[in-house]
Design a protein around this ligand. Structure first.
Ligand code: FAD
Length: 623
């Protein structure tokens, strides 16, 4: 973590100094603002935390609930989300308080005594070690707390406004603040109209923002229901601290051990709900759900002592026809929907909260760049373009997984079939199958062969390197903070101090008028204010020092023009990033990563003009 570059910092360095609109934040929501986020759920708070990094942007986050969510709803945190938490600065504390999910066990009827269940398989949760971060279980409320803290600590100081309900909107294209929004303030009992440049509906499955822009939720008419019981119970079921899929003749349960020990969650399957059920399934009493759980767990028993949360979660596989308000690429999107507002699916693959956060991580930096005049408005079309496909893939996967989970024991080809499916497809629920196609912000695969382990359009898979200035072993990807900046990694094709492609590349980046740094960085920002450029050398850190690398990689920042020593890295001999990520040290490569951590572009070191062409597609030249 770096601070002090604007002078000595003695207080908590995680609280960034307020700047711009964060200096005089008013309690009352202003009549005119840049971004209005509707809904304090995982999608809304991620967007708020991201936009709080843009000090020139006025963002408000409204929520109809009178206060923070205390308990319940989702709890599964895939490793991709933990990577995201790292970028927002709170992976470590949340990992400490969460339950680490490392295995999943499977139970089915004993063939000799079909009324009793037996364990049929034990699997590793992440057999391929797809991320250095664990799969976690922690309550949605805590995830939201951390994001809200990040939003309140960002320079623009974004904080939730509770007790404010979105009532409706109208779009008047061509105006400076084209979206008029009706909001109701419960405490003041006041309804008023405010005007925003952009509105983002993160208002859940029954989204009124979606309704207001006339978007349709398409999918199953019938819903699926689960009784969700968070309980403190005494049980003789031996795997109560391991995630389990339990199939018995009496039905099925998904068991999730919870953070803090002792507590666990049971999803007791209540089956398909007819379209004319009219909410009756939601009235299923807790006692009925507990009795059913006991039947499924037989011969084991469950003596429930306390239920901190009980709910019947009823949801269908649905995705919205488009995630913004435009039908034509000629119009600028003004209203977006994210999270459950545009896709819903079962809780079985534990995706709802995770995918919702990735939706707005995708949207946040784009809104930031457009509102700060760094990108044309057309960039905003890429949000719906990129995320709708992901939602559809998720729904297809979830349908397959739910169908497997809903099978009766006798319908499986073998007792291991479900476990095999879980292991074979684990990368999807872990969040790593997202692969954005070629576009203005994802380059062509022409030079993919230069860095085969950094797949274009997929998230940047971190690897360990040594930081040269202090010899610390660090994860390269963990330096990527959710600060709205792009990362450009130069993998050198020579040792430090030798004249090679990386030295001419660095000189071009620093001095050429065509360099993205010189073309697209506004004058008031630091030299690395838009592009954070780092170098990695294929040699051991003890063989060189930072005085031997081009000045580009040791830039000066802040009023004292202090040197930034944390951009120069060395390959670790025992775990070479070059080898692990398929980079030939005689050629090197340039790898560009988007602010939301997806690999955007790969180019040879000796073709710097390609970088200029790539960024010209999505950025505006700064005066
Ligand atoms: P949400 O978390 O739904 O947040 C939307 C927010 O918008 C809410 O706080 C809501 O009050 C607010 N809002 C809605 N309308 C307005 C308005 N007009 N004005 C202002 N604010 C508004 N997932 C699981 O995996 N397991 C579960 O057991 C589970 N149980 C759930 C139980 C409930 C009751 C709900 C609602 C969801 C549950 N989910 C569960 C789903 C999971 O919580 C979501 O997938 C996830 O929260 C999606 O995040 P989101 O930010 O898109 O929306």
């Amino acid at each position: 973590m770096q601070f002090h570059h604007h002078g000595y910092v003695s207080e908590d360095p995680r609280v960034q100094p307020a700047a711009g609109v964060g200096l005089d934040r008013q309690d009352r929501i202003p009549d005119e603002l840049d971004v209005l986020i509707v809904g304090v759920g995982p999608a809304g708070v991620t967007l708020a935390a991201q936009l709080s990094q843009f000090s020139g942007i006025t963002t408000r986050l409204i929520e109809k609930r009178p206060e923070r969510l205390a308990v319940g709803q989702a709890d599964g945190i895939q490793a991709r989300s933990v990577e995201t938490f790292q970028a927002f600065g709170f992976a470590e504390p949340i990992i400490q308080e969460a339950f680490w999910l490392t295995h999943m066990n499977f139970w089915a009827p004993n063939p000799e005594k079909p009324r009793e269940i037996i364990r049929t398989a034990r699997t590793d949760d992440d057999p391929a070690q797809v991320s250095e971060f664990p799969h976690l279980i922690v309550n949605q409320a805590r995830v939201m707390d951390y994001f809200i803290e990040a939003a309140e600590r960002g320079p623009a100081r974004v904080s939730p406004d509770y007790g404010i309900e979105f009532r409706g909107l109208r779009i008047n294209r061509g105006e400076e603040f084209p979206v008029s929004v009706d909001i109701h303030d419960a405490a003041r009992d006041e309804t008023r109209t405010i005007r925003a440049k952009y509105v983002v509906g993160c208002d859940g499955a029954r989204s009124r923002v979606r309704e207001a822009i006339g978007r349709k939720h398409i999918g199953d008419l019938a819903l699926h229901a689960w009784a969700v019981i968070d309980s403190l119970s005494v049980t003789d079921f031996p795997d109560i601290r391991t995630k389990c899929a339990i199939h018995s003749e009496a039905g099925s349960i998904l068991l999730i051990p919870r953070e803090g020990g002792y507590l666990f969650r049971l999803y007791v399957d209540l089956g398909e709900v007819a379209p004319d059920d009219d909410g009756n399934v939601r009235k299923t009493p807790l006692e009925v759900a507990v009795a059913k759980a006991n039947e499924i767990l037989h011969p084991y028993t469950l003596d429930v002592k306390e239920v901190p949360w009980y709910s019947v979660y009823e949801v269908g596989h649905r995705v919205t026809d488009k995630f913004d308000d435009t039908d034509s690429l000629d119009d600028t999107p003004r209203v977006f929907i994210a999270g459950d507002a545009c896709h819903t699916h079962s809780a079985k693959a534990g995706q709802g909260m995770n995918v919702s956060m990735q939706d707005t991580f995708n949207l946040g930096w784009k809104l930031g760049q457009v509102l700060e005049g760094r990108s044309p408005e057309k960039l905003l079309h890429s949000y719906s373009g990129e995320r709708q496909v992901i939602a559809q893939n998720l729904i297809d996967f979830d349908r397959e997984w739910s169908t497997m989970m809903a099978k009766k024991p006798e319908e499986f080809d073998s007792p291991e079939e479900l476990a095999d499916f879980y292991v074979r497809t684990h990368e999807f629920p872990a969040g790593f199958m997202t692969e954005y196609p070629e576009s203005d912000i994802v380059g062509s695969a022409k030079f993919q062969h230069l860095a085969t382990g950094f797949t274009l359009g997929k998230r940047f898979k971190s690897a360990r390197v040594d930081r040269v200035a202090d010899g610390n072993p660090v994860h390269l990807g963990h330096h990527h903070r959710a600060d709205g900046r792009w990362r450009i990694y130069a993998f050198a094709n020579s040792h430090a101090g030798e004249s090679s492609d990386v030295t001419t590349w660095a000189e071009w980046m620093e001095t050429s008028p065509e360099s993205p740094i010189n073309k697209f960085t506004p004058a008031h920002l630091e030299v690395d204010g838009v592009f954070d450029v780092k170098v990695i050398y294929p040699q051991h850190f003890k063989e060189f020092d930072v005085s031997m690398v081009p000045q580009l990689f040791v830039p000066r920042s802040g009023p004292y023009k202090l040197l930034d020593y944390e951009k120069v890295f060395a390959e670790r001999p025992e775990e070479s990033i070059y080898e692990e990520r398929g980079i030939d040290p005689t050629h090197g490569a340039v790898v560009v990563v988007r602010p939301d951590q997806y690999v955007a572009f790969i180019a040879p070191l000796n073709r710097p003009e390609l970088l200029a062409d790539f960024f010209a597609q999505s950025m505006i030249v700064q005066g």
